[in-house]
Design a protein around this ligand. Structure first.
Ligand code: LLP
Length: 431
């Protein structure tokens, strides 16, 4: 018997073969997206287990067995995804007491979690000390007495990584760059020596490393190398800055392609950093969010119609800025493809949602074939900072979320009910 030709072809812009075309339709692993839209309705986030596993394997291969890969929960905090990531081998990067509560709700260990954040409330510090985490990332000196007090009260030694601001400009949109001088993040290298000494004076605190998150959607290797170079120069200036240090947390920020150019070459980042780290006996800690989950998710949306204005064709869809804020907030460009390929010639359109704001767009000036009501579009690379930044603006229910694993499909967040939208409001029934 001749073998059947493989019917799979790459889906342009998808960044992973988990989302691909078969017979002119987009599939996620072994499931057609059209079937998921029919079954769960739209807007709908669809995640691929295979894509998650594939990205985790790339990071593990690049950085080696001694690297702690702490998934940045903020990118997508869904409990099932956290469990799946833990099963793959990640720890977690937390930025709030709420994220800690999520780990606990998922029944996951906190021992490989790091807790960052420019400002933490007392209860958040106390909860993380009680839970027992890998280390706190401290970047605001005023937090030290709070942390030292919580550690003393719990009679637990607490490990601290000091977040430095190396003064390196890197990352995508200005709102997601964190390591240039005069952002609120990290401690300026000129002020950090005194903070190291303050940590050394605290009997319940232990300096275990340095943390340098550059920003998000970084696609070049050089800023990672430059940041480490500056940190090493800082560390070499006084022995107290080296005492007890065992790790270097390079943060996350690993950029993905979003349909243009190349993702960050994580092997090249590892190759640039590992020799210097190994020479000091330091192990790397990574905090990837987008790199793990970004390409592993798409937002499925249904076309409600088209509308022609004098100079612009609008494709009106049922997903909006409340479902995926990134285009409106950062002018982010997510590839958008018809779920069922259409050979008709494409023309430039704006893809917009029903929300009452001109800033409510998913894409502008994008080439798409004519769209009819009921057609489906897939917004690609939407797994990170999509569902996690969704809101109920315009009293819209947030999208449901499903996880595909081979042929298996699981609803991992149902669409909320309208009653739930206002369940927490206290209606005073005033006349
Ligand atoms: N570590 C720290 C300390 C962070 O602040 C962040 C992200 C990460 C790790 C993970 O970064 P990632 O690997 O995902 O780039 N909402 C924005 C991104 C904000 C990122 C905030 N911090 C967006 O949609 O592009």
């Amino acid at each position: 018997m001749p073998r059947m030709p493989d019917a799979r072809t790459p889906c342009p812009g998808a960044g992973t073969s988990a989302f691909h075309l078969r017979h002119g339709e987009v599939w996620c692993e072994a499931v057609p997206l059209r079937e998921l839209a029919r079954r769960f309705g739209t807007p709908l986030y669809v995640y691929s287990q295979a894509a998650l596993a594939e990205r985790f394997a790339v990071l593990r291969a690049a950085f080696g067995a001694d690297a702690q890969i702490c998934y940045a929960v903020k990118a997508n905090p869904n409990l099932t995804l956290l469990r799946r990531l833990h099963a793959l081998g990640t720890g977690f990067d937390l930025v709030s007491g709420g994220e800690l509560r999520r780990l606990q709700a998922a029944g996951l260990p906190t021992a490989r979690a790091v807790f960052a954040g420019v400002a933490k409330q007392a209860w958040e510090i106390e909860a993380a000390v009680a839970a027992g985490i890998l280390f706190f990332v401290v970047e605001t000196p005023a937090e030290l007495p709070l942390l030292a007090g919580a550690a003393a009260a719990a009679r637990r030694r607490v490990r601290v990584a000091l977040r430095l601001n190396p003064g390196v400009a890197a990352g995508g949109h200005a709102y997601i760059r964190t390591a240039s001088t005069d952002t609120k993040f990290g401690v300026d290298l000129g002020a950090a020596g005194a903070v190291v000494e303050a940590i050394a004076r605290e009997p319940w605190l232990e300096l275990c490393g340095y943390h340098v998150h550059l920003g998000s959607q970084v696609r070049e290797v050089a800023p990672y190398a430059e940041a480490l170079e500056r940190v090493l120069a800082f560390v070499d200036a006084a022995p107290v800055r080296r005492d007890g240090v065992t790790c270097y947390d390079l943060g996350g920020g690993f950029g993905i392609a979003y349909g243009t150019g190349a993702p960050l070459d994580v092997h090249a980042v590892a190759a640039a950093l590992r020799p210097a780290l190994a020479a000091r006996g330091w192990s790397p800690v990574l905090e990837p969010g987008r790199y793990l989950i970004g390409d592993a998710g798409v937002l499925l949306t249904e076309v409600l119609g088209e509308k022609q204005q004098p100079r612009t064709t609008f494709v009106l869809v049922d997903a909006a800025m409340n479902d995926l804020l990134r285009p409106a907030l950062y002018q982010a460009e997510h590839p958008i493809v018809p779920v069922v390929a259409d050979p008709a010639p494409p023309r430039p359109v704006d893809v917009v949602g029903p929300v009452c704001e001109t800033g409510d767009f998913l894409a502008r000036g994008r080439m798409l074939p004519p769209c009819r009501r009921g057609d489906l579009l897939a917004v690609l690379g939407a797994g990170a900072y999509g569902a996690s930044m969704a809101s109920t603006y315009n009293s819209r229910r947030r999208p449901a979320e499903v996880l595909v694993d081979g042929e298996r499909v699981a609803l991992v967040r149902r669409r909320e009910t309208f009653a739930e939208l206002f369940a927490d409001e206290i209606d005073l029934h005033e006349d």
